[in-house]
Design a protein around this ligand. Sequence first.
Ligand SMILES: [Zn+2]
Length: 328
Amino acid sequence: MVLKSTRKDIYFDDLEERPVNARHIYLERKLRASISHAYKYAPAAKEMMDKARVKPRDIHSMKSLVRLPIIRRNDLVERQKAQPPYGGFLAIKPEVVERVFIAPGPFYLPPHSAKIEWFARALWAAGFRKSDIVINAFDYNHGTEGMLAHEGLRQCGATVIPAGENNPEAQLPVIRDLKVNGFVGRPSMMMSLITKAEEMGLDFRNSFNLERAWFTSEMLLPEDRKKLEENYGIDTRQAYTVPEAGGAITYECPQKAGFHMSDDYVVEIVDPATGNQLKPGEVGEIVVTPIDNKVWGLIRFGTGAMASYTTERCICGRTAHRLIFKTL
Ligand SMILES: [Zn+2]
């Protein structure tokens, strides 16, 4: 895939800077197509919509999503147990599934390469480009992050070192020898690398070339961000990723003032008790519906995570609304 970068390569594609109204129209058009596809090809989606007495034509807008129930992780696991392996959510023929991730539960997730840009968009906003050499310290075996970050970094043009999540002592010589300048992984792994380096008597800031780090799966603590940026000169970014929905649904831009919603999802903030959508500034549960997804018929997935959102324009130029997490 060739990236359609615009405006001096600031943005991943022109979707990121399109007018707010145009984005809204785009998202709703994609949502309608996605709902119709799920109803037709994913038996679980059809069953839930029939039970709610809703037809695809009834879900014509983001607001009308409230007519559908919220599905949570336990529901997915239980449905997969009752109807193995995918619980009725697979919306393509089983023989064309490319890969299956295994999450705790167990929960089987078959993301498709056509949608790998769901991580690449967030990595691009973090500044990863061709000529970067990036150590990927996510687990490649037991989660989606390792492989999706790998593919996303490759789409940004970077060289990737698949290192995995453990053994910081073994990773330090690799980071030095290959002149690694980027890190992706959990914040705790980044901090372990620094701690281990200092235990070994190494000057982490001056003996290594790390310039930027991208985190997900764990929230970066404000004090750790300050330490990484001020003490070690490492620019940091985060994304909020939802494995069950297959990607990075929101991500930070250089302003680091909230997480822009990705154009590949409809994100709602809802009252967890009623499922009703909340207004900007009101804290509620993040509920996500992948759009333009022909593989996985997941609609209104309740993440259990809490946030509010803002419609204020961001000075980075991205026009997508931003999630504000309570810990920020
Ligand atoms: Zn921004």
